[in-house]
Design a protein around this ligand. Structure first.
Ligand SMILES: Cc1ncc(COP(=O)(O)O)c(C=O)c1O
Length: 362
């Protein structure tokens, strides 16, 4: 008798960005610039750091399983009821929970290709069949193609906005049209991990508006990116109280730790930190775009805190050479886009170090 579930045989794992420590150790480096996981180069809000310090002596106690204070504050911030929120150990945990709660063997999901691979991995894990819809020639989501890929077995359509790794955005009109034409029984999973960065564009749609009229909708957001607490693992989904209640049944009891709860609460209060984080991301990516323009390199206009660029070279080699120089990026071959790199925003100093390192190689 086989020990492991059949689905695991063919499942490929999510490949995360290389940790700083690993690259330092492997290449004997003392300074490493990590622009690989779309983290916040500003770090956490000082208010979050203070809250973590204050909470540290209490970590012998289990956290509030309901995370009531954080959910109340988040509900007020988003204009939803606390019952509409499910917090998780990172947004990734909520992605897993959704697939685990919804997908049965043979059910189908639709994803953009390339897209955030955790969506399809978690669905395939549950025995789901993944329908990948390639992007259009201009690198935008093929929304018509995604609608065509839906059939009576489709349970979830994942739409990441802005998309990861491309950074391209679906606008308000497009999303409203898409959401209204997607059969109502299909769950629309709107992954808005980069919401705060994208919303400076007036045409960027707020998924919570879609949720108001289309009930089978889930919106994902995270504290990992703009709030700079990726290491604490805190993300969430918002939907109807009924959907959240069902999905919560498979969530662990104490899945959001004490430090994450207080840091999340403090981060919500620090609007200035959010503004500074968004401004830094824009400045860093603008500098990169200026450099790419000077080199005649094609890139996709970035709506998140990262940029996808075609360096017209063998990306694996460039990736290795960059690693030797202590620069970690995400090579596009992971998505089958060999000559592309996904580069996260950095401090202005690290942005220059990346440009300098790349300039020596192309
Ligand atoms: C599109 C997208 N969704 C969800 C996540 C998960 O975020 P986290 O688990 O760090 O909250 C990420 C992280 O990189 C992402 O890029």
């Amino acid at each position: 008798m086989k020990l492991f579930r059949k689905e695991l045989e063919e499942l490929s794992c999510y490949v995360p960005g290389k940790p700083l420590e690993e690259v330092m150790e492997s290449y004997g480096l003392t300074k490493v610039v990590k622009l690989a996981s779309n983290e916040n180069p500003l770090g956490p809000s000082p208010l979050a750091i203070e809250a973590i310090r204050e909470e540290a002596p209490h970590v012998h106690l289990y956290p509030d399983p309901e995370a009531r204070a954080l959910k109340r504050a988040l509900g007020l911030e988003l204009g939803v009821e606390p019952e509409q929120i499910l917090l998780g150990n990172g947004g990734e945990a909520t992605i897993q929970l959704v697939a685990a709660s919804v997908i049965e063997r043979g059910d189908e999901v639709v994803v953009p290709d390339p897209g955030f691979s955790l969506h399809e991995i978690t669905a395939a894990h549950m025995g789901g069949i993944v329908r990948r819809v390639p992007l259009l020639e201009d690198y935008s989501h093929d929304l018509e193609g995604m609608l065509r890929a839906v059939n009576d077995k489709t349970k979830i359509v994942y739409l990441t906005n802005p998309n990861n790794p491309t950074g391209a955005m679906v606008n308000k009109m497009q999303l409203e049209d898409f959401a209204s034409r997607l059969p109502q029984e299909v769950l629309l999973f709107l992954d808005e991990a980069y919401f705060e960065f994208a919303k400076i564009d007036p045409n960027y749609p707020d998924g919570l508006e879609i949720l108001k009229t289309r009930k089978n909708t889930i919106v994902l957001r995270t504290f990992a990116k703009v709030c700079g607490i990726a290491g604490l693992r805190l993300g969430y989904i918002v939907s109807t109280p009924e959907i959240i209640c069902e999905i919560s049944k498979s969530a662990g009891v104490f899945s959001v730790n004490r430090l994450a709860q207080v840091a999340g609460l403090a981060s919500l209060k620090d609007k200035e930190h959010v503004e500074r984080s968004v401004a830094l991301a824009r400045a860093s990516l603008s500098r990169m775009m200026e450099y790419f323009d000077s080199k005649g390199l094609e890139y996709i206009p970035a709506k998140g805190n990262f940029i996808f660029v075609n360096i017209k070279e063998e990306g694996r080699r460039i990736n290795q050479e960059l690693l030797k120089k202590g620069v970690i990026i995400r090579p596009g071959f992971l998505w089958g886009w060999d000559s592309w790199l996904r580069v996260s925003c950095g401090t202005m100093e690290n942005t220059e170090l990346f440009i300098e390192a790349l300039d020596g190689l192309i």
